[in-house]
Design a protein around this ligand. Structure first.
Ligand code: NAP
Length: 519
C-alpha cells in the first residue's frame, strides 16, 4: 500500500479510507507499473496505478466471458445484484463522502445527496427490470392458413448487447461515474461493464468499485461483470472504445473528448454506438408577461441555479433570452445583485478551473459583449460572472453560444418576440430549454414550443433545469452536440434502451423461447 502523499497546502487529516491505488480487473485488484498522483481540492493526495492497454484487454475479455452467464441470468438475480450494490455503497457512506469531497471540492451535503441518487437509481432499475415492460415483448401468432402465404410465429424481445464501456464523469463522481447511471442501466440490461475511471476522483472510484466487488461476491455473479481501470493515460480510453469485444459506450464529458471517442467508435471495422452526453448551454426564454410580473424573483433564482455546485452541471442555464426594456433591466439588476453575494467555490479539477477562466476570457475579449458583473477567479476557485449582448450580435457570433463550464451567465437582449423566435431557431442541440411565462404569454409560448422541442431533450416551463429527476419520464439527452445520439437518454429508466437490441424469434418451439418472454 502506498503511503499517502501530503497535498502541499493542506494539513493532512485522518481519512477513514486510504486508497490502495489499484485497478479492479475481473475480481482482482491489480497494480500497474507507473503511477499518477491525485489532485484533491483539499486533504491528502494519493498515488494510483496508471491504466494500460493490456488491462483494457483483460477487462474486456473477462466481460465477454461474464456475459455468457450474466446476460442470461434471471431478472430477479440481476435486480438483487443491483440492490446489493446499493447496500454496499450505503455501508461505506461516510468514507465515500469524505474521499469524494476531498477529491472534487464538492461539499459533503452534495456528496450525500448524490450518493442517495446513486443508490436510488440502482434500486429504481431493479424495480424496472422486475416489472419487465422494458423487454417490449411482442407476439405475432402464426397464421398457418393465411393466403397466399402462411405467417410464421414471431416473438420479439429486447436482449442485452454485451460488454459496455463507461467513462466516469468529472462533475458527478457518484451518480454519473463508477456505479452511476450508465453502469446501473447496463448492468440492469444484462451487460457487463468496464469503467474507465475519471482521473479527477480516482479514490472515489476505487471505494465504489470495492462496493461493487463486495456485491459480486455476495451474489455469486461472474467477476468479469465489472472492472474499473483507473485513468492517467489517454490510450486507455481510446483502446477501450476500439476493443472488438466492447459493444457500446456511455460517456459524459467535454465536446472535444466525446467527439474524438465518438469518431473512433464510428471508424471501427465494426462500428458501435457511442452514447455521449456532451455540452449544453440550456437557454432560457423569458417571455414578457413573466418578466413584467417577477423580474426580480427570476433574476435571483437564475443566479442560484447558475452558481449551484460552482456551475458545474451539464444542465446549467448559461443563457437567458429576454425582450429588451425596463423589465429586462430589472431582471439583470436582480441577477447581478444575487451573484455579488456568491463567494469563491472550488472547481472539480485545476484543468476545469483553467477552462472556466479561458471561457470567460473568450467573452471578455469581444466588443459585442458587455460585462454586467465581472470577477477574477484565481487558482482552482471560481467566482461568478454575468455578461450581456444583443440578439443580432448573438446570431452573428457562434462563439457566444458555446458552453462556458462554470458559473457564467450571458443575457441576450432581443427586440421582439419574433427575434426571440429566430434566436431559438439558431440554437444547436441542447439538453434542456426553458420557457418562463405567465398566462398572457401563452400565444408566444405556443409558437416557441415546436422550435424548442426540436432543439432540446427536455423542455421546462417556469423552472430551472439544474436538478434532473431520475424517473421513468425523464430525458437527459438531445440533438448534437448535447448528445451524440438524440434518440437516447442517459438518465431515467428509458436509458436502459441504449444497451438493448431487439431480437425476433421465428417459429421457436416452446422449449427454446427465452424465459423472459413468458416471465
Ligand atoms: P473530458 O476531458 O471530456 O474527459 C472525460 C473522460 O474522457 C476522461 O476519462 C478522459 O480521460 C476521457 N477522454 C477525453 N478525451 C479523450 C481522448 N481524446 N481520448 C481518450 N480519452 C479521452 O471531460 P472532463 O475532464 O470531465 O472535463 C473537461 C471539460 O468537459 C469541462 O471543462 C467541461 O467543459 C466539460 N464537461 C462537460 C460535462 C457535461 O455534463 N456536459 C461534464 C463534465 C465536463 P482523462 O481522464 O485521461 O483525461
Amino acid at each position: 500500500m502506498q503511503a499517502p502523499l501530503l497535498f502541499t497546502e493542506q494539513k493532512e487529516t485522518e481519512m477513514s479510507f486510504t486508497p490502495h491505488g489499484k485497478h479492479l480487473i475481473a475480481g482482482e485488484w491489480v497494480s500497474g507499473e507507473s503511477r499518477f498522483t491525485s489532485e484533491p481540492a483539499h486533504g491528502s493526495a494519493y498515488e494510483f496505478s496508471v491504466g494500460t492497454v493490456d488491462l483494457v484487454n483483460r477487462a474486456a475479455l473477462a466481460a465477454e466471458e461474464a456475459f455468457w452467464s450474466y446476460g442470461w441470468a434471471s431478472r430477479e438475480d440481476r435486480a438483487t445484484f443491483l440492490e446489493t450494490i446499493a447496500d454496499e455503497i450505503e455501508a461505506r457512506a461516510e468514507a465515500i463522502t469524505e474521499i469524494g469531497s476531498s477529491e472534487t471540492g464538492l461539499p459533503a451535503a452534495r456528496l450525500q445527496g448524490e450518493r442517495g441518487r446513486t443508490t436510488g437509481q440502482l434500486r429504481l432499475f431493479a424495480a424496472h427490470i422486475r416489472k419487465g415492460d422494458y423487454l417490449d415483448r411482442r407476439h405475432d401468432a402464426a397464421l398457418p392458413d393465411r393466403q397466399p402465404l402462411p405467417r410464421p410465429d414471431l416473438k420479439l424481445l429486447e436482449r442485452p448487447i454485451g460488454p459496455v464501456a463507461v467513462f466516469g464523469a468529472s462533475n458527478f463522481p457518484l451518480a454519473f461515474s463508477t456505479a452511476g447511471g450508465d453502469t446501473a442501466a447496463a448492468l440492469a440490461a444484462g451487460c457487463p461493464v468496464v469503467v474507465k475511471g475519471h482521473s479527477a476522483h480516482p479514490g472515489t472510484g476505487e471505494i465504489i468499485a470495492e462496493a461493487v466487488h463486495a456485491a459480486i461476491a455476495k451474489c455469486g455473479v461472474h467477476p468479469g461483470v465489472f472492472s474499473l481501470i483507473q485513468g492517467g493515460r489517454r490510450d486507455v480510453g481510446t483502446a477501450l472504445v476500439q476493443h472488438p469485444l466492447i459493444r457500446a459506450v456511455g460517456f459524459t464529458g467535454s465536446l472535444a473528448g466525446g467527439r474524438a471517442l465518438f469518431d473512433l467508435c464510428a471508424q471501427r471495422p465494426e462500428p458501435i454506438p457511442f452514447f455521449g452526453e456532451l455540452g449544453s448551454v440550456n437557454p432560457m426564454f423569458i417571455l414578457p408577461e413573466a418578466a413584467k410580473a417577477r423580474a426580480e424573483a427570476l433574476g435571483q433564482a437564475w443566479a442560484g441555479s447558475l452558481t449551484m455546485g460552482a456551475g458545474q452541471f451539464c444542465t446549467n442555464p448559461g443563457i437567458a433570452v429576454v425582450i429588451d426594456g425596463p423589465d429586462a433591466d430589472r431582471l439583470i439588476a436582480a441577477t447581478k445583485e444575487a451573484l455579488a453575494k456568491i463567494g469563491p467555490q472550488p472547481m472539480l479539477t485545476p484543468g476545469i478551473a483553467q477552462a472556466y477562466q479561458d471561457g470567460q476570457a473568450r467573452l471578455r475579449g469581444r466588443n459585442s459583449v458587455k460585462a454586467v458583473f465581472e470577477s477574477t477567479s484565481e487558482g482552482r476557485n471560481a467566482l461568478p460572472n454575468l455578461y450581456e449582448t444583443s440578439g443580432a450580435e448573438f446570431l452573428a457570433d457562434h462563439a457566444l453560444s458555446e458552453e462556458v463550464f462554470g458559473p457564467l451567465g450571458l443575457v441576450v437582449r432581443v427586440g421582439s418576440a419574433d427575434e426571440m423566435q429566430r434566436l431559438a431557431l439558431g440554437f444547436e442541440g441542447q439538453l434542456t430549454a426553458t420557457i418562463h411565462m405567465d398566462a398572457g404569454d401563452t400565444p408566444a409560448a405556443q409558437r416557441l414550443l415546436p422550435v424548442l422541442e426540436r432543439k432540446a431533450g427536455r423542455v421546462l416551463v417556469n423552472g430551472f433545469p439544474t436538478g434532473v429527476e431520475v424517473a421513468d419520464a425523464m430525458v437527459h439527452g438531445g440533438p448534437y452536440p448535447a448528445s451524440t445520439n438524440f434518440g437516447a437518454t442517459s438518465v431515467g429508466t428509458l436509458s436502459i434502451r441504449r444497451f438493448l437490441r431487439p431480437v425476433s424469434y421465428q417459429n421457436l418451439p416452446e422449449a427454446l423461447v427465452p424465459a423472459d418472454f413468458n416471465a
